[in-house]
Design a protein around this ligand. Sequence first.
Ligand SMILES: C[S@@+](CC[C@H](N)C(=O)[O-])C[C@H]1O[C@@H](n2cnc3c(N)ncnc32)[C@H](O)[C@@H]1O
Length: 547
Amino acid sequence: MAQRPNENVYFARSPICDAASSGSGKGLFANRAFAPGDAISVIERPLGTSLDVSRLEDTCSNCFLWTTMPHADHGEALGARLYVPEDARVDVCTGCRSVRYCGKKCQTAAWKRGHKYECKVLKSINSMPGRSLPKAVFAIIDMLSRRKNGLIDDRTWAMLCELDGHVDHFRMSEVWSDIELMATGALHYSGTGNTFDRDFVISMLGRVLANSLTIITPSLDPMGIMIDPHLCRINHSCDPNAFIMMDGPQVSIRPLREIKKDEEVLISYCDTTLPYARRQLDLQTRWFFTCKCSKCKLGTTAPEDEWKTPPKDLAPEWKAKAKEMSGRQALLDDPANYVGPSADEKHVAVLQGKAFECHREAQLQERFPDSLRILKEGMSICSQTKLWPIHRQPYPSLRDDCIYALLELQKYREAFTQSFVRYRYVMPKLQRTSFHPARVTQTWSTAMLAFYFSQEAPIIPGVEMPLVALMLMRETAGLCEKSHGGKNTFTISVKKKLREVESALCAVLGVDDPTIITTEGSEQMDILEEKIPFNDDLDVGLEAIVR
Ligand SMILES: C[S@@+](CC[C@H](N)C(=O)[O-])C[C@H]1O[C@@H](n2cnc3c(N)ncnc32)[C@H](O)[C@@H]1O
């Protein structure tokens, strides 16, 4: 059962969603001052959870232990999820053959929490060939059957029902017929037709679709959705003062900066690194509101909307390319690409649309060489037009996926180079808070790549990779108390690995005190920076970056 948030927070009417068309417009407020590193509130388990279909196969449905190691044969995997025990495995529930557990303890806990009612339902869904339901429907089935059987108390249920289901918004949207179908399915399969009616289930589905948050691992991999009457009260800002961290099913709300007593606690629902038009569109389409946060008030003058050179300076050959680009009209019509009314700005809007399209298309490819080719195409639009600063989207996201594809293709040297570029030049501008969880986890994966290469032949001549790995590991260890908290399994595994590496290095160098390696480590970081300098033509030929 969901726990009440602790005395550190309270709910009240939020000034931020005064303009919300319906709903109570409540938000979460701080009962005392908070500093980075504190936990504002901790919830042991959200009320409802539903894993992505692919995670049902390899993840414990109770504690969310994800047992598959992506890229099991190379560096990033060696470090990104060190907190997962080597012998971790999950076994399927022999009743429903749908969910999996990592052991008896998790199976028993899930059974008592409600799987005893859901098991038969899942079994009947599972036995129908080709039937797979969206995760929102599984979340609803679970909650309806638990409520029917007295496993969700009146107060929690009332709070859940207070969340806005945005039914009128959904009714006008293109997903309405899907929602009606899903509600019918949920009511039918959950066997709760004599307790709830279809309209109620439709509003419940709306609540899940418009209020759920993403379940994440401590290394920020998305795993599914969660809905909780307390967590789902937190409003959005594109310049949030807090973020959500998880460790298994435990959810903590953590400050991104100092928060004063009685200040509203705000998280981000969307990717806040996107330009203004894209953020607004995303928030309007998925959460039905117009954001008026401090960043949105700056409109296109915020750093997320900066160009390196103004659109009027676009080179003639790129203007010509923009004129000829396939799908030009659709790219121009898409408000997400809007740059301005002039002819030059329209060319830039087309190029921007194309670069975002490359990012989306690359994700749909089945083969990594194809994704890499498309990602490089997108990156060269950003770099060769000379319009994009290194931190303007979709440039950073293209680079992220590029690193992933390069690793899959075992192009380790380029993967490390791009990972270092991201760590050293992109992230400090993209996420300006040093302990932002995305920054910390990416620093750690760069550290782990360096560590992996420290055991191989030197990949960058003249650079001592063990010392680079050490410095990046120390940086991560110094920040993860704030990003993750001292007791998070990520923090514990980072610190353990750091101690191991420090003592191995001490043994090799014949010293007792690891702190004396610091000077040499800093020197190696400087050398690495000289070898991989900031360069505007950084992405022209990914292989040709290292000096
Ligand atoms: C997850 S709920 C947050 C809790 C909500 N305020 C309530 O009282 O239930 C999301 C909804 O809150 C409102 N909301 C959240 N952040 C907002 C913001 N920055 N500006 C306006 N409305 C916001 C929108 O109606 C959105 O669909």
